[in-house]
Design a protein around this ligand. Structure first.
Ligand code: SF4
Length: 214
């Protein structure tokens, strides 16, 4: 089984409730969306064909228990579920970032799905697969990337639709860099008494000038 891989690298988890942990990242090529603020456009096309076994072998060279599959959009490739199965079979703590427009249950639920819910300023909010809200488990995470106050209101209106089993500390509010400062988002969250976690992009703070490999 062949996947197209943009890059495999070892870095620090910059987002999610696991921010700060060293982790191996497998960035798969291709995405079915075109968000206005996308910072990984380089992953839309470029990549190398690798078998599942080759990817697993390369991941193993880093000697790290944590692995995240990201993109692009991982679920845009047919063999991503097989890669998930292989990495789970080898005992990794496995995370997968997904844009929320495709069925997240295509991958094993033991993989922690970090699912975006696209807000209006992305230009892609009509593509959210709302059936995914019922597929979330207590092990998953939801992320709202917020670019302005309309996005914030959109996110707050959706919060009651999230399943009760999803703990509030696994609901992430993140500001679009260059569009919204974290202190403004923090002020809105406190004022509205939002039960969610403010997320900073740790890798951008550590390596502000590095576009890739972090
Ligand atoms: S879903 Fe992610 S990778 Fe795809 S266009 Fe949006 S931000 Fe970029």
């Amino acid at each position: 089984m062949i996947l197209t891989v943009n890059e495999i690298f070892y870095s620090i988890q910059g987002e999610s409730v696991y921010a700060g942990l060293p982790c191996v990242f497998v960035r798969l090529t291709g995405c079915n969306l075109r968000c206005r603020y996308c910072d990984t456009r380089y992953a839309f096309e470029a990549g190398d064909a690798m078998t599942v076994a080759q990817i697993v072998d390369q991941v193993a060279t880093f000697g790290c228990d944590w692995v995240e599959i990201t993109g692009g959009e991982p679920l845009a490739q047919n063999h991503t579920p097989a890669l998930v199965d292989a990495l789970l079979g080898d005992g990794y703590h496995l995370l997968m970032e997904t844009n929320g427009s495709l069925d997240i249950d295509r991958v094993d639920r033991r993989c922690s799905r970090i699912m975006d819910i696209k807000c209006p300023s992305s230009g892609e909010h009509t593509k959210n697969d709302t059936a995914n809200l019922q597929r979330l488990t207590a092990h998953d995470q939801v992320k709202f990337v917020i670019g302005d106050h309309d996005d914030f209101l959109f996110a707050t209106r959706l919060l009651p639709r999230l399943p009760a089993i999803l703990p509030t500390d696994r609901i992430l509010f993140s500001a679009v860099s260059d569009r919204l400062t974290p202190d403004r988002l923090a002020a809105w969250m406190l004022e509205a008494q939002i039960e969610a976690r403010l997320q900073l992009q740790l890798h951008r703070l550590i390596w502000p000038d590095q576009e890739r490999g972090v």
